[in-house]
Write a protein that binds this ligand. Structure first.
Ligand code: ASP
Length: 281
């Protein structure tokens, strides 16, 4: 089995999701695959922005939530054949009703805790993974959506929870032993604590989800797909002359790119610039 992870830019719009679909389809002809996805590009930040506005008693949160809802509905209309759209459209609307309810609560209480933040941000991956799974099903692939949040168990350190590897590995091993489907689609970043509260693995945490799943399932390969072709000499958004590095050892990568272990995308970050430079989805 192979594990493939696609970040927010890779699933930013219908065009990119179609490309991701082709990669998954091709791979699944050769191997069973598990695919971990991020939220659509920018969605995690916008969900936080909506909740933060609400906590400041700024009613602008309503338009942010509306805009996000429109973005996801548009994607469903672009990716799913008309006759199969209605249940997914109602599913998306239902999730946004809940997100709006949560923001209404934050607005009323003027309080935005880490626990609520995890509950709200987890909708980003929940939505993207369900939409992508539906798209692949509509294309005839043998797909199952897996709720990674129910399998990855953490402590209750909200927004940056620590994984309970024993419980998580057991859950995942059970799942993969029983699974008969060729393609598993799962949300990255999301987890839950022992009481079942939603938790998250920290910003950029979908790569981590992918490695946890790859290790537990004893996958033969983990592929992290990003929108640049490998490690670059500098952040290509800041330095136009940045070039891909054809070959690099693990040791050099770790020395040159101290954030590499956290997320390959953050390999853009010049040493010493810290997490601030990490592109977030
Ligand atoms: N969506 C989450 C974030 O933006 C996790 C991820 O994309 O890896 O941090």
């Amino acid at each position: 089995m192979k594990v493939l992870k696609f970040g927010g830019t890779s699933v930013a719009n219908a065009e990119n999701i179609v490309k991701v679909g082709h990669i998954i389809k091709e791979e699944s002809i050769k191997n069973p695959v598990t695919v971990i996805v991020s939220a659509l590009h920018g969605v995690t930040d916008q969900l936080i922005q909506a909740a933060e506005s609400a906590s400041r008693n700024d009613a602008n949160y309503l338009s942010i939530v509306k805009e996000l809802e429109e973005k996801h509905l548009k994607l469903v209309r672009e990716l799913i054949p008309v006759l199969e759209q209605s249940s997914l459209l109602s599913f998306v609307k239902k999730q946004f009703n809940t997100i709006e309810d949560l923001c209404n609560g934050i607005y009323a209480l003027e309080e935005f805790t880490g626990r609520i933040k995890d509950k709200i941000t987890s909708y980003g991956e929940f939505l993207s993974s369900n939409i992508i799974a539906a798209r692949l099903k509509s294309e005839g692939l043998d797909v199952i959506w897996m709720d990674a949040a129910g399998y990855v168990i953490t402590n209750s350190n909200f927004t940056n929870a620590k994984v309970d590897f024993e419980a998580t590995e057991k859950n995942l091993e059970d799942f993969f032993q029983k699974n008969q489907h060729r393609v598993v689609i799962a949300p990255g970043f999301v987890a839950s604590d022992k009481k079942g509260n939603p938790t998250t693995l920290g910003r950029g945490g979908s790569d981590y989800t992918a490695s946890i799943i790859a290790a537990a399932a004893d996958a033969e390969e983990l592929q992290i797909w990003t929108d640049v072709s490998g490690m670059m000499t500098a952040d290509p958004r800041l330095v136009s002359a940045a070039k891909p590095i054809p070959q690099i050892s693990y040791a050099e990568a770790m020395e040159t790119f101290p954030f590499w272990g956290k997320s390959p995308v953050s390999a853009y970050a010049p040493a010493g610039h810290g997490k601030k430079n990490q592109p977030q989805d």
